[in-house]
Design a protein around this ligand. Structure first.
Ligand code: SDX
Length: 428
């Protein structure tokens, strides 16, 4: 039986269809609401579903994250990032043959056009790597005129492969440029995560020997950052894609949105916060500031629009953090001690309990990335690298459906009503 919601406004009444998903909340379809000459009003989209999707599902109350129905914990324990990227893109875990082919496809596209290297010279050495990423990834659209027809499934497929394959290479180039070392070419004999660490830390004089536990940790970090429903940056990618813009600039728009400290920039901000706190005895001072409505300070790495329980990714991240600190001999890291104690105090404080504020994916990722030798300015770059698999999957899901609509929200107008122009001579 089709469910519907009734809305009465003055003497008018309209029946709004209710659509049910396989999991989660039903949605009230309000498309016909404009017949009543009214719009819905929901700044920040607190209660608004902007699209239908089959890729990722989050149960915020239970702290559950599913990618195409698979628990994030299961994927972290049993899968690897390229398998998860395949799953996000195509909806199923790859067979052995499909995984082999996907790895080969990715490996054939890990290099960037040699002329792309010249883009870096336009940036100062102290340019934030995210500023470079926004520019260089968007510029990829100037190199692939052979595959910019988004109505062509093969163009969509090769663009997804190119973006997933080249993000580690471009990310590592950002780091090498910032420290004045030569760019490292990808080595396709290595796994995706190992190749990234190789391009980050090897030099032409010496290939970096990387502990397999650290390679696995890097791959886990990529998996837990891969996709997360319609977050701000994914919604940005979808909005840009709804105009028919090419996938490279849509991903560049997503990178720009991710940079904000309320979103993907929180991992860099969280580590800077832990450094600012410095020692366990200073934690109460910062907890007090986070609770003070007159102080804009927030505990970075805490809270989430959807999770009102522990972010399941933070649990994986905490475990990975332990492993990396142990292998790198930083187990007694004062920052980790501050993080664990800060989490313990916050989770027992009424302010955080009442607001259901728990650590999110960014709380432990900064310490882990730092222990891997990755500078804090590169943390959100790593996030963008991994999230490209989710962004391009969400973009592809949207543009693969014929006659999708351009995203064009309306507004509540509270500005001036019509008035006559005032000549300069009559203005005070
Ligand atoms: C990511 O959307 C996603 O899925 C994002 C992400 C992904 O994978 O794509 O999960 C990645 O962005 C994780 C979030 C990273 N951001 C941070 O860690 C920054 C710190 N967190 C906050 O700024 C905040 O929690 C948000 C932005 C994450 C969520 O903000 P909301 O949903 O708009 O909630 P809110 O700001 O309305 O806060 C509700 C209350 C407020 O207090 P009151 O007005 O009720 O008194 O909780 C308080 C806030 O002041 N609050 C915090 C807090 N977060 C919320 N107080 C102290 N410290 C915090 N971190």
């Amino acid at each position: 039986m089709n469910k519907s919601a009734s809305l009465s406004l003055d003497e008018q009444k309209v029946e709004l269809p209710v659509k049910e998903g396989t999991l989660g909340f039903d949605v009230v379809e309000v498309t016909s609401l404009s017949k009543l000459d009214v719009f819905t009003f929901d700044p920040g989209f607190m209660s608004t579903a902007a699209c239908e999707s089959k890729i990722t599902y989050i149960d915020g109350e239970k702290g559950v994250l599913l990618h195409r129905g698979y628990l994030i914990k299961e994927l972290c324990e049993h899968s690897n990032f390229l398998e998860v990227a395949f799953l996000l893109l195509y909806g199923e875990l790859p067979t052995k043959a499909q995984a082999k082919q996907f790895n080969t496809d990715i490996n054939l596209h890990t290099m960037v056009h040699e002329q792309l290297r010249y883009f870096f010279n336009g940036f100062r050495a102290d340019a934030h790597p995210m500023a470079i990423m926004v520019g260089v990834v968007g510029a990829l659209s100037a190199f692939y005129y052979d595959s910019l027809d988004i109505t062509n499934p093969e163009h969509r497929r090769i663009s997804a492969i190119r973006l997933i394959a080249k993000m580690p290479t471009i990310a590592a180039m950002c780091y090498k440029y910032s420290i004045g070392q030569p760019f490292m070419y990808p080595n396709n004999d290595l796994s995706y995560a190992e190749n990234f660490l190789h391009m980050m830390f090897s030099t032409p004089c010496e290939a970096m020997k990387i502990n397999p536990i650290l390679i696995r940790a890097m791959d886990q970090i990529f998996i837990i950052h891969a996709d997360h429903e319609q977050n701000a940056s994914t919604s940005t990618v979808r909005m840009a894609g709804s105009t028919g813009a090419n996938p490279f600039v849509c991903i560049s728009a997503g990178i720009a949105a991710l940079w904000g400290p309320a979103h993907g920039g929180a991992n860099e901000a969280a580590l800077n916060m832990l450094k600012q706190i410095g020692t366990v005895d200073r934690i109460p001072e910062f907890i007090a500031r986070a609770k003070d409505p007159n102080d804009s300070f927030r505990l970075m790495g805490f809270g989430h629009r959807v999770y009102k329980n522990y972010d399941p990714r933070a649990k994986v991240m905490q475990q990975t953090c332990h492993e990396v600190l142990a292998v790198t001999g930083k187990g007694d890291s004062p920052l980790f001690k501050v993080a664990v104690e800060l989490e313990r105090i916050a989770l027992n404080d009424e302010y955080f309990i009442q607001r259901k504020l728990y650590p999110n994916v960014d709380f432990y990722s900064g310490i882990t990335l730092s222990a891997l030798g990755i500078p804090s300015s590169m943390f959100t770059v790593v996030f963008a690298l991994a999230r490209t698999s989710g962004w391009i999957s969400q973009w592809s899901e949207m543009v693969s459906v014929p006659n999708y609509k351009i995203a064009r929200p309306r507004q509540l107008y509270t500005g001036a009503t019509e008035r006559d122009f005032v000549p300069m001579a009559e203005r005070e």
